[in-house]
Structures are given as C-alpha cells and as structure tokens.
Ligand binder design. Structure first.
Ligand SMILES: NC(=O)c1ccc[n+]([C@@H]2O[C@H](COP(=O)([O-])OP(=O)(O)OC[C@H]3O[C@@H](n4cnc5c(N)ncnc54)[C@H](O)[C@@H]3O)[C@@H](O)[C@H]2O)c1
Length: 260
C-alpha cells in the first residue's frame, strides 16, 4: 500500500480485533501514526510493535478513557487527523423483554461512537480538518431477526455520521460510515457458532452475500480510502462494502424463461 496517509495521525477504537485491528495495521502501512484503543488489554498487547504505534486501554463508554486516547495522539504525535470508531458489540435479544442487551448495545455502539467523535472533533478541527470513519452495518438498512438492538444502534451510528458531516463540513471534517456485510472476524464467528462448523456458516453466508464473507483487511482498505484525500468529496455517505448483500433480494424468484 502506498503511503497515502504519510504524516497523518489516527486513533482507532476496537483495534484489538477484527476490522479495527486490520484498520490500525493498514493505517500504519499507509504511513500514519496510530493510537490503537480497545477495552481488551490482552488484544492490544498482541499487536505487532511499530515505532508509529501506541496502544491505550479504553472503554469507549467511559469519557475519561476516550479523552486519554485523544490526549495520547496529541502528546505523542502532535495532533489528530483521523478517528476510526470500530469498537462495537452484537448480541441477540428479543424485543419483548429487551433490556440488558439493548442498554449495553446503545452504550457501546451509539454513545461510544459519539464519545470518540466528540472528543476527536476539536483536535481534528485544530489541524484544519480531517476524517472520521465510523462502523455502521448493512443492519442500518435491513433488520436481521433477533438483533433489534444492534439493528437500531447501527441506524443511529449512520445518522450520527451524517450529522457530523453536516455540522462539521465548515471545519474541514469529513465523516463517512462503512457498512460491511458479513466479515470474517470473531464477532461474526460468535454469531455463526450455532451453524456447527465455520464451513457450514460460510456456506449459509454465501447464499445471502454473493461475494461471500469479506476479510477484515478488505474493509480496512476502504477505511484508508475514506481517511485519505482520495475521498475528498465523499462525506455523510453510507459506504456499502457488503459483497452484494443489500443488492440481493431474499424474495423467491421464478426460473429464467427458456431462450427461444
Ligand atoms: N463482523 C461483521 O460481520 C460485521 C458486519 C457489519 C458491521 N460490523 C461492525 O464492525 C465493527 C467491528 O466489528 P468486528 O467484526 O471487527 O468485531 P470484533 O468483535 O472482532 O472486534 C470488536 C472490538 O471492539 C472491542 N470493544 C467492545 N466493546 C468495547 C468497549 N466498550 N470499548 C472499547 N472497545 C470495545 C472488542 O474488545 C473488540 O476488540 C463493529 O462495530 C461491528 O458492529 C461487523
């Protein structure tokens, strides 16, 4: 990857695993300095050391933790240009009786994203602008059964992202939401546990997502693009990186007519 982010400073939440981890690594490879943040200290410790990498244990629901992530970027690397908010959870819960999962999902996925963005925006503004990349989902558009809290949280993240794009365009800040389909991460693996084997799970995914399960690295490339000047006119967008999941109708279809 060419150094399209050379001289830029990024914070990445959810950086201990999955797409956040791949994004932190991709941004380093693209020349950025990175503060990797996650609630999992063990996961952060497993990141390969890099001279332009710092790690900070952070629960995104805790504003003091989040402030420490931004402060590290400023103190160590001299400022902040990019904020990536990949930290999130996805747990099933029925709508009747919704409570514990709902509250936790909103706290981490929605309030956590807001906490990171609101702490990052003044520092990005002080640099004359930059980019925010959030993690929504195809679930912002389609309701996966038994995942009401997650579905609602991702719709909220998307609208928060659009609101940032509108409110902070004059500060030179762009904000875009990546909307992945199924991606091969521990989160997707956990949800697929009921299918018995990873192969059976991937087979089931392939029926709904024509290009199959994505790699976290493929999503990270989109994050680098959205953080770079190559996407200078893209803001407030839901960037579908879903392998065709939302293009494909789940409706029954008639067989094609025979060619006369
Ligand atoms: N995997 C998928 O198929 C998929 C699809 C669409 C969207 N997403 C979204 O992409 C993002 C990344 O997901 P992933 O698949 O890489 O998941 P993952 O489980 O591999 O990684 C999520 C990371 O977030 C961290 N985290 C959780 N709660 C936190 C908190 N309170 N504070 C700080 N860190 C916290 C976890 O420790 C973990 O390292 C999530 O927002 C997820 O909702 C995932």
């Amino acid at each position: 990857m060419s150094e399209v982010l050379k001289g830029k400073v990024a914070i990445v939440t959810g950086a201990a695993s999955g797409m956040g981890r791949a994004t932190a690594e991709a941004m380093l490879a693209a020349g950025a300095s990175v503060v990797a943040a996650d609630v999992s200290e063990a996961g952060l410790l497993s990141l390969a050391p890099h001279p332009q990498l710092r790690t900070v244990q952070c629960d995104v629901t805790n504003k003091r933790d989040v402030a420490a992530v931004v402060a590290t970027a400023v103190a160590v690397f001299g400022g902040l240009d990019i904020a990536c908010t990949a930290a999130g959870i996805c747990q099933p819960e029925s709508i009747v009786g919704a409570g514990i999962v709902w509250a936790r999902t909103m706290a981490i996925n929605v309030d956590g994203t807001l906490n990171v963005c609101s702490a990052a925006i003044p520092e990005i503004k002080a640099r004359g602008g930059g980019a925010i990349v959030t993690w929504a989902s195809t679930n912002a558009f389609q309701a996966t059964p038994n995942l009401a809290a997650y579905n609602v949280s991702k719709a909220a993240v998307l609208m928060l992202t659009k609101s940032i794009a509108v409110d902070h365009a004059e500060d030179g800040i762009r904000a875009n939401a990546i909307c992945p389909g199924w991606v091969r991460t521990p989160m997707a693996g956990d949800l697929g546990a009921a299918y018995g084997s990873p192969e059976a799970w991937h087979e089931a995914i392939l029926k709904t997502q024509p290009l199959g399960m994505a790699s976290p690295e493929a999503i990270a490339e989109t994050a680098v693009f959205l953080a770079s000047d190559a996407s200078a006119l893209t803001t407030g967008s839901a960037v579908m990186v879903d392998g065709g999941l939302t293009a494909k109708s789940a409706s029954v279809s008639p067989p094609p007519l025979p060619i006369a």
